[in-house]
Design a protein around this ligand. Structure first.
Ligand SMILES: [Zn+2]
Length: 131
């Protein structure tokens, strides 16, 4: 299916409906073992970026990591391919083995019809601490 729209796979817990990655293992919120995988678009937005000047042996230096928010408010950590995007930037993400790889989304906001959305202007994280 070479013409398939690129997607990510998330998990929806069957017990508490929490949505998360990875798609295997128990629900991180309630511990239930059963979850349904479901596809979402491969688009995300940068929440935070960091750069490791001295990464583990065998990793490229500098090694850039981004915390992303993808569909349904799910957050994941990915390795950045290329220059580090700014916080709030739209990105594409794909799963490469067990690693999420992140690259800048080439389409400008106007091309996607997004413009100045409240989401793009948001500065602080919407992180909810666990209860
Ligand atoms: Zn759950």
């Amino acid at each position: 299916m070479s013409d398939a729209v690129p997607t990510l796979e998330l998990s929806r817990c069957e017990a508490c409906h929490h949505r998360y990655v990875p798609t295997d293992g128990p629900c991180p919120k309630c511990g239930a073992a059963r979850a349904q995988p479901y596809p979402v678009p491969d688009a995300g937005r940068v929440v935070a970026v960091t750069e490791l000047a001295y990464p583990a042996p065998g990793w490229p230096a500098p090694h850039r990591l981004a915390l992303l928010e993808v569909a349904d408010g799910v957050r994941l950590l990915g390795v950045i391919d290329g220059p580090a995007p700014p916080v709030g930037a739209p990105v594409r993400v794909r799963l490469d083995g067990a690693t999420y790889r992140v690259r800048a989304d080439e389409a400008s906001p106007s091309e996607r019809g997004e413009g100045e959305s409240p989401r793009a202007r948001r500065r602080g994280p919407s992180f909810e601490p666990p209860r």
